[in-house]
Design a protein. Structure first.
Length: 150
């Protein structure tokens, strides 16, 4: 089985758990952070599935399946009175510091500070993104001699 590609999310959720006011100890329904991001982009932000898939760096068919599963889980939690826990999933956090350029990392060539997939959870680091290195008009990776061969 192929490893899942990490899905890009904009931010950590403000709330990680919703519980019904019933007082029962029913098992919680888990909603992955990638599923929550799909719901946010499609339903809260009103983006097309193609644009939302682009923002998460996944294919439109993958986004469609992710969104359908997210909606199914939320509907089950609401109709059955189950707690809803938002955690885990193959995600990485979009680097807010470098969001100004082209591409997902702000055009700085830096990898975002974010999450790596672990079984059942998404670990996210709290350190800020690394600063972009000033190039001073240089830095194409060819050294002082350029592309000439020795």
């Amino acid at each position: 089985m192929r490893p899942q590609k990490l899905r890009l999310i904009a931010a950590k959720p403000a709330c990680r758990r919703f519980s019904p006011d019933t007082g029962n100890d029913a098992p919680a329904m888990t909603l992955g952070l990638d599923m929550l991001e799909a719901l946010r982009l499609a339903d809260a932000e009103g983006l097309s599935q193609e644009e939302a898939a682009r923002q998460m760096e996944i294919s439109p068919p993958t986004f469609c399946r992710l969104l359908a599963e997210a909606r199914r889980r939320v509907a089950q939690a609401l109709t059955r009175g189950l707690p809803l826990v938002m955690e885990g999933g193959p995600v990485r956090l979009r680097c807010q510091h470098h969001s100004g350029g082209e591409g997902p990392h702000g055009g700085h060539g830096q990898q975002p500070d974010g999450a790596t997939r672990t079984p059942g959870t998404a670990e996210q680091t709290e350190e800020p993104c690394p600063p972009a290195r000033p190039r001073g008009g240089h830095g194409f990776g060819h050294g002082r001699r350029g592309r000439t061969s020795r």
